[in-house]
Ligand binder design. Structure first.
Ligand SMILES: [Zn+2]
Ligand SMILES: [Zn+2]
Length: 92
């Protein structure tokens, strides 16, 4: 038996900080981004192009296939320009 680390919990089969499950749940409520006065549906994990191996949790934010990434995740793609959400220049 491995000892549970202080301040961490298991969620969707991975170990995350205790406050992270709520962040993942909150992220599922944000379904669209408003960019240049258009609503764009966010790209869930597994539908990025190029596609990630979504048989495992997102390496950055721990969501599973089909879930929306937690804001700030470096895997999430921008639905407007296709760039990384954290580094593209679209106004959200
Ligand atoms: Zn992610
Ligand atoms: Zn963009």
């Amino acid at each position: 038996m491995s000892k549970k680390r202080e301040g961490y919990v298991f969620f969707q089969d991975v170990e995350v900080t205790a406050d992270w499950p709520q962040k993942i749940l909150n992220a599922q409520e944000i379904t669209h981004y408003r960019i240049d006065s258009n609503n764009y549906r966010r790209i869930p994990y597994g539908q990025e192009r190029p596609r990630w191996d979504d048989s495992r949790n997102c390496h950055d934010c721990a969501v599973i296939s089909g879930q929306f990434h937690v804001p700030g995740c470096d895997v999430e793609r921008c639905p407007a320009c296709g760039g990384q959400v954290i580094s593209c220049s679209c106004d959200r």
